[in-house]
Design a protein around this ligand. Structure first.
Ligand SMILES: [Zn+2]
Ligand SMILES: [Zn+2]
Length: 140
């Protein structure tokens, strides 16, 4: 396990579930996984870590700033390893997630906050629509 230092640096005690769950997200930096999907991967790796523990650990890792929690749908959150700030485009047909970063958009959000005398801490920008795949874009 090579996550021990990452956990310690974030002020978390190293435990087996924390290390395993962080490992899964680090190994899949482009993926946005739900707690269920993470749990399934643990089961596939013969790790007997319960779903309740997965949820608890995900919250701890999020609070420690190691992972990012995204709300792409009403019924479940998606988790990803913390990397450079980015926002998301979600295809409502196939579920594809496209990451993007736009400086104009970032600055505009700062400007809007300033205009309203509001100190911006963070933002969540998720755009929903249809991707360019033929089956999603309605092309034949
Ligand atoms: Zn699509
Ligand atoms: Zn992302």
């Amino acid at each position: 396990m090579n996550n021990n230092d990452t956990l310690k640096d974030a002020g978390l005690k190293v435990t087996h579930p924390r290390s395993e769950i962080l490992d899964i997200l680090q190994a899949n930096p482009d993926m946005h996984l739900s707690a269920d999907e993470i749990h399934n991967k643990l089961v596939a790796n013969n790790q007997s870590i319960g779903l309740a523990t997965v949820y608890r650990v995900l919250t701890q890792l999020e609070v420690a700033g190691l992972i990012q929690k995204n709300q792409f749908s009403d019924n479940q959150s998606s988790y990803e390893i913390k990397k450079q700030h980015h926002d998301h485009l979600i295809c409502i047909k196939c579920g594809k997630i496209i990451e993007f970063m736009n400086d104009d958009l970032e600055q505009l959000q700062e400007k809007i906050s300033k205009d309203y005398n509001f100190r911006l801490n963070s933002h969540v920008m998720t755009l929903f629509g249809e991707c360019s795949d033929d089956k999603c874009a309605g092309k034949k």
